[in-house]
Design a protein. Sequence first.
Length: 618
Amino acid sequence: MMPLLGPGAWAGSPCFVLLNTAWDDGAHFIATWAAWRADAQRPQRLVYVAITPTAAREAWRTALPHSASADLAAQLVAACPPASPDLHVLQFEGGAVTVHLAVGTPKHWLPQLQLSANALLLPAREEAEHSRLFSACARLSAPGAVALTPDTAAARQGLQTAGFIIDRSTRGLLRAQRPQAHEPGYRPLPPAPRGRRPAEPSGAAVVIGAGLAGAAAAQALARQGLQVTVLEQAPEPAQRASGNVAGLFHSVVHAQDGAHALLLRAAALYAATHYPGLMSAGARGEVQGLLRGMLDDEASPTPPAQGPKVEALQALLKRLGLPPEHVQAVGAETASALAGTALPISAWHCVQAGWMNPPSVVQAWLTTPGVTLQTQAPVQALRRGSAEHTWQAVDVQGAVLAEAPILVVASAQDSARLLAPWSDAGAWPLENTRGQVTHIPPAQAAAWQAPRPRLPVASGAYALSLPEDLGGGLLCGATKQWDDADPTVRAEDHHHNLGQLQPLLGWTAPPEADWANLAALGGRVGWRLAATDRLPVVGAIASTALAGMRQLEQPRHVPRVEGLYVCTAFGARGLTVAPLMGEVLAAWVTGRPMPLPSRVLDAIDPARFIARAQRQGV
């Protein structure tokens, strides 16, 4: 195990970031965590970023201590993620201690990480890898960062070439340091891309919108130490699309494993660890998995015909490196056993998935210390503040509702309007769709003999058995209608939702389910904002002052409007992406290590539309 740097290494640091290119089954992290706990002068936050070829609970259990740090080891073993090739975020001590565990190789992950490390542990590598390794690590190091690595000629040369000054060698271990700007030997590294730089340090932020997006952003910023004011135009939070009685969260499987699949998998992995803690604070839901069907025309109702299909899907999971702890491909028979009711479909069994009640999620987030909610506060416009480097949210009379150096717009359909005077938001390819859900009350579900699956079932449509405290019965839906502003719960939309249950559950509403019955069903209408590429819009707002700028074909190089951010366009994936998008937004503001790889950040970046236009020569 690499030695500890010692408590003195983090003295005076509010957040200490350590990068370890070899995880060693968590032994060094446990020792670092124990040292952090024991130090009265410890930083408020410890972020431990590590790269590992795999993650195995039993290997961790065997390698970790069974003495003074046994309680810490037990917590880490319990938090062991599935060994999918992702950047996993594990949180301890109420979020004060965080592990970012990248499953894969340093060659793959070092270019994808975004962080500024105070310390780097670089275990022995093949000599041919040293120059690439140290160059990549230098990009990820803060001025004054300390690096430890076995003392070899290749390591000395690699560190010096990367701009580190050799300090000393003790017991075969080389210690080097990247000089501060005022110290001899300092060589500035290329600055971070313009679109990835943090905001100036600030103690306050304003978030506009108290739905899933705004509440997620507010709680994440507050947990980083900011005082956050949330402005909501309605009398209560979660009054728009976030007001449905329940919704699902889960990942997806795509053969190409592109940005969309990578984002939703990372989001579902984080949500599955985040929501249980939120449930202890009063949120309602279940994290027990769900079934996501694959409705193919060639699927036969007989198990033999479905066998090869499931085998092909299992081969796809193996090729993508997705372990059964995260997702499994199952035939109709197994899916039916899991659901507790006969299903006509093969399915992905999404293990790290489930359902949540959005209003209770929002409420739990808004009770985070440091968050203040102000309702009946409709924001008409944004303007520069009276103090330098601040933003104001003003009402229709021009009165200031709130002011802070950081302003986050998370108000769904109003987001583009508020941001348009300051950015390209007026040209964002967004669409707003109407959705109606249907609630079959318990008595009606029993009379119709409607199935009540133990796990949620989804495939385009979804069916979810509600607990009694949320109304019981069956929730299903939802419609998707463009250019439809009708807020009325419509019988014809109930009819559509019930019709979707036949291919999903193999159940057809009986003839007596006439229009009068349908009109008596429960339901709710909401509108979902999405970008046409089906990815959220999260991050620092792009500047439109681009004359003479180069490298604009990549979102990360597009300059930004200081202090202005957005968190919106979650579409139908709000419960899946909201927890992680809040963390991404907070990391963007504060400069903490990003919980997503750079290629996925580019995909959700608000500047992607400018970059896309540049690439297309528009």
